[in-house]
Write a protein that binds this ligand. Structure first.
Ligand SMILES: Nc1ncnc2c1ncn2[C@@H]1O[C@H](COP(=O)(O)OP(=O)(O)OP(=O)(O)O)[C@@H](O)[C@H]1O
Ligand SMILES: [Mg+2]
Length: 240
C-alpha cells in the first residue's frame, strides 16, 4: 500500500533522514514514534512529495512516486494532515469539507460526495452540529477534527496524521484517538500516525516504528513495543 525504501533527506548540512524504510499494509494503522527533531514530519512531507529525497524510493499503491508531484499523489489516494492544521477560516465547516472533495467533483456525482460528508459527520458529530459555523471560529480541537474530516473527504487509501493530539486538552485527545479508531474500523484507510503521545499511539496501532535522529531504531507489533524495555525507558516513561 505504502512503502519507502532507504529514504535519505538533507536540508543543507542537516541530514534529517538517514536511510529510512517503512511499509504499511492495506487497512493497517502504523504509529511513528520519536523525539522532537527525529525526522517524523520530514518523513511525512517526503512521502507526500513536499520534500524531495536525496536518495531512496517512495511507493504508493505499488507505484514509484518519486517523480510524481504532491498534488498528483493526492489523486492516488494519499491524504496528509500536516502538523499545523490548515483549514479555510473564512468558509463554513460544510464548505471546508466540500473543498476537501474537490478532486472528486470532476469524476463523481454530487450525491456521492454528500454521502461522504454524512459519513464524516457520523465520525465527528460535533462538526455536524456546527456545519454552518465559520471554520476560523471553531476551537482548536474542532479545527483539528475538521482538518481530519476534510482529508477523509478524499476517501483516501492512506491517511497520514502528523501529531493530531498537539495542543489539545486531555478530553479532546481521548475523542481524537477514538476517532482514529473509528477510521481504522472502517477498514477502508491505512493510517500512518505520527505522535508524541507514544503510549496512546501504540495502544491504537497494529505496528509501530521508533525513529531516532533520522534512523529507524525499533520496529514491530504495537503490543510488543509497549512491553519493549528500550521503548518503555525512552518513550513511555513520562506518559505511563
Ligand atoms: N525546512 C527545513 N530546513 C532545515 N532544516 C529542517 C527543515 N525541516 C526540518 N529540518 C530539521 O530536520 C530535523 C528533523 O525535523 P522534523 O521536523 O522532521 O522532526 P520531527 O520529528 O517532526 O520533530 P517534532 O516532533 O518536533 O515535530 C530537525 O533537526 C529540523 O530542524
Ligand atoms: Mg514534526
Amino acid at each position: 500500500m505504502l512503502e519507502v525504501k532507504n529514504l535519505a533527506v538533507h536540508y543543507g548540512g542537516i541530514q534529517a533522514l538517514k536511510g529510512v524504510s517503512i511499509k504499511i499494509q492495506p487497512g493497517e494503522l502504523v504509529a511513528m514514534i520519536g523525539a522532537n527533531g527525529a525526522g517524523k514530519t520530514s518523513l511525512l512531507r517526503t512521502i507526500s512529495g513536499l520534500v524531495q529525497p536525496a536518495s531512496g524510493e517512495v511507493f504508493i499503491d505499488g507505484k514509484l512516486a518519486n517523480k510524481i508531484p504532491a498534488h498528483k499523489r493526492v489523486a492516488f489516494g494519499l491524504a496528509h494532515c500536516p502538523e499545523a492544521r490548515r483549514i479555510f477560516a473564512q468558509q463554513t465547516v460544510h464548505d471546508n469539507l466540500l473543498l476537501g472533495a474537490f478532486l472528486r467533483t470532476k469524476t463523481e456525482k454530487k450525491a456521492d460526495i454528500e454521502q461522504t460528508i454524512d459519513e464524516v459527520y457520523r465520525i465527528f458529530p460535533r462538526l455536524k452540529e456546527r456545519n454552518t459555523q465559520l471554520a476560523g471560529t471553531l476551537s482548536g480541537g474542532e479545527q483539528q477534527m475538521l482538518a481530519i474530516g476534510r482529508a477523509l473527504m478524499l476517501k483516501p487509501k492512506i491517511l497520514m496524521l502528523d501529531e493530531p493530539s498537539m495542543g489539545l486538552a486531555p478530553v479532546i485527545i481521548d475523542e481524537m484517538f477514538s476517532v482514529i479508531n473509528k477510521i481504522k474500523a472502517t477498514g477502508q484507510t491505512s493510517i500512518l500516525l505520527v505522535e508524541q503521545l507514544a503510549f496512546r499511539a501504540l495502544q491504537v496501532a497494529d505496528r509501530g516504528y521508533v525513529l531516532e535522529q533520522g534512523v529507524i531504531r525499533v520496529e514491530g507489533n504495537a503490543k510488543e513495543l509497549l512491553k519493549n524495555p528500550q521503548v518503555k525507558a525512552a518513550y513511555l516513561g513520562v506518559t505511563h
